[in-house]
Design a protein around this ligand. Sequence first.
Ligand code: ATP
Ligand code: MG
Length: 318
Amino acid sequence: HKVIFSGIQPTGVPHLGNYLGALRQWVKLQNDAAPDTRLLFSLVDLHAITVRQDPKQLLQWKNESLAMLLAIGLDPKRCTIFHQSDVSAHSELMWILSGQASTGYLGRMTQWKEKTANEKENSEKLKLNLFSYPVLQAADVLLHRTTHVPVGHDQAQHLEFAREVANGFNHVYGQDILIPPQTLVSPAKRVMSLTHPVSKMSKSHPNPKSRILLTDSDELIQSKIKSAVTDSIEGVTYEQDRRPGDLAADLANISMRVLKEQVSSAVTKLVAPIRERHESIVGNESLLDDVATLGAAKATESAAPTLLQVKRAVGLCR
Ligand code: ATP
Ligand code: MG
């Protein structure tokens, strides 16, 4: 049977890119799933601390992100929804799998190269968990015997790495202990930043105007889209490489202002019902606690057999 696993970092309130590139597909997978398909969705808080987080802020984002998973339509009875740090097996397996992860391969990861490009002169500042987090990601997926991982385009390389780790481990310790997962790349394109259209929309970008949050009011969405970077050429045309802020040819005869109005209306229509459900859930502490407790218990149970098998294979226990 199928096992589907994916995660989102509680590094902020989820945005339109997260929704179109990942979260919307999670809900569809849940709704279309065969009865024997297992689905696990994790708030990967251990990944979130690969950059420095304010502790109070992190707790709040964990809460808001959990509420968002419910607001978009994930059902805690149907899926296992959990905070990664509630299930210590993730960290344990990561350490063991670090023995299969070459530093050369990790150093070639696009995200590592991007995130460290600015710090070139000052590698003293770079922290180990930013470098090794693809190993934790591999552990997340392999721990639950995942067969399919839905992710955005930016994560495809890390999944390839997870397969390498699984195959490497199996080669050394015995076939079929770990299952190399398949990548389900989201059919949606990357949603780009509103202020800097060559980079993708991100929770962690310092400029809040660069993203549309799923909690933004209609007015805020309208104003963010109004001030979004487009380009200086008359009419609406598109050249991905040279002018990544542009749009498609079938809109060639309308003005940028009309186009932005159309985009605003489509986006507010999509976001408003999610925002309203989120508002009604986010303050319900006892509901969120119950969901997190149930999820942690289910994920712990799901993780146990693989961790035991791995520890036995390595010679860490009988
Ligand atoms: P951060 O800036 O903290 O890394 P993020 O916005 O990149 O946050 P993640 O939690 O890293 O969000 O990713 C969650 C999921 O959303 C992943 O599957 C990722 O591929 C997808 N995703 C993130 N940003 C975009 C985007 N701009 N367009 C489409 N998919 C995205
Ligand atoms: Mg990211």
